[in-house]
Design a protein around this ligand. Sequence first.
Ligand SMILES: [Zn+2]
Ligand SMILES: [Zn+2]
Length: 107
Amino acid sequence: METRTCPCCERDCPQDWMQKHHLKTRRVDKALTEWLCKDCHRQIHALFSIKELRKREDLNTLEGLMAQEPFVQAVRFIRTRTPGTRIRTFTSNRVTRQRSRLDYIQK
Ligand SMILES: [Zn+2]
Ligand SMILES: [Zn+2]
């Protein structure tokens, strides 16, 4: 099967384990996507809300994301796992709070 290398964890992953992450979502003309493995991608969204990702310039680039200490720590762990195995994500308190607020609204 065709594989791609995730730019975050640098693991070679099967194509179906890769997802597109939008680095720039606000300005359509500068829309930039990056293929990330499912684990790194899920981890980014567990740590940062969509709002934060849009608002914060430092989260708009791969380099910027790789400078975020909680993400770096998670990637260090992801690197030790085989692509395709279930990995626990570390959700930030901010995202957890936002999610519980959403649950509340939906109820
Ligand atoms: Zn990855
Ligand atoms: Zn994404």
